[in-house]
Design a protein around this ligand. Sequence first.
Ligand SMILES: Cc1ncc(C[n+]2csc(CCOP(=O)(O)OP(=O)(O)O)c2C)c(N)n1
Ligand code: SF4
Length: 337
Amino acid sequence: MSSELPVLKASDFASDQDIRWCPGCGDYSILAQMKKMLPDLGLPQEQIVFISGIGCSSRFPYYMNTYGMHSIHGRAPAFATGLRVTRPDLKVFVITGDGDSLSIGGNHFIHMLRRNVDVTMVLFNNRIYGLTKGQYSPTSPEGQVTKSTPMGSVDHPLNPISVALGAEAGFIARSVDSNIKHLAATLYRAAQHRGTSLVEVYQNCNVFNDGAFSYAQDKATRADTTLELEHGKPMIFGKNRDKGVRLNGLRPEVVDLSTGISHDDLLFHDEQADTALVHILAKMRHPEMPEPIGVFRDVEKGIFEDQVRGQLNTAVEKKGAGDLVKLFASGETWDVE
Ligand SMILES: Cc1ncc(C[n+]2csc(CCOP(=O)(O)OP(=O)(O)O)c2C)c(N)n1
Ligand code: SF4
């Protein structure tokens, strides 16, 4: 019998479940690119796990022919952390929505990124609660009229990239559901990173928030409204590659390259740059600026579960393997009558 792994195809990662997303939902595209990218990781299905919270996006594990868990609202990072600590042989993905991860799961989101658990998190950002039928979310823009904000939202939205930077996440990226080549490549880079990797995906909820990111999704406009980040390259964008971004003090500004401004005057992208510079990129917003897509940051740092397991091994070396029954019966005990 051959010991070689079979070469897997995208279709091998499709489950037998009927997909229950609305026709036209951006989730389909993310699912398709994930299935297309996974064979490149060279892992068998039984070594891959998808963990989600609650929301439309969180139905994702049902549609993958891998292990998976549809867990508790906002708490997928806690399940993923526990799993990675006990089973570091598994490749773990967290699938979450903007409501799931930034509202009820905000705390878990920050702490997984801060701890640097080796997990790939894909955040489907549609700026709305889809599953509960259209209430505003922590990424809905100010003034947005939704079922729960009939006079317009008065909240200041969170920017997931800025929050991740605040937690000093090692890998931070953004992509767009309709930009399929870019999405597959970004998911692959994130999955290859050791440590927590976050990919924010602009995802269209065509039923409750249609067109929230149309400028970045539409093939006709996206070259002028987004800026594809490339490590070591100057920041150039536009259908005719005739616009650039340079720094004026601490402020980024768009310049017209047809006026003779040289590439050397532009900002060059550095995935290992100081977080201050990455914060500047995170704050670039359409329509004033092109919105960066791609890898904002890619730095290596200590991995949470490596350190937890290292301490455990040292304790066992010094004191021998523990005995739970003995531990429970040790010290003071009480009879409750
Ligand atoms: C503890 C708890 N609170 C609230 C809800 C209701 N609820 C279900 S999904 C959801 C929001 C999902 O929005 P998002 O994460 O943006 O995902 P989407 O459905 O848009 O993919 C909410 C509030 C719940 N199921 N459990
Ligand atoms: S409600 Fe929106 S996010 Fe949910 S499946 Fe439908 S289109 Fe997709």
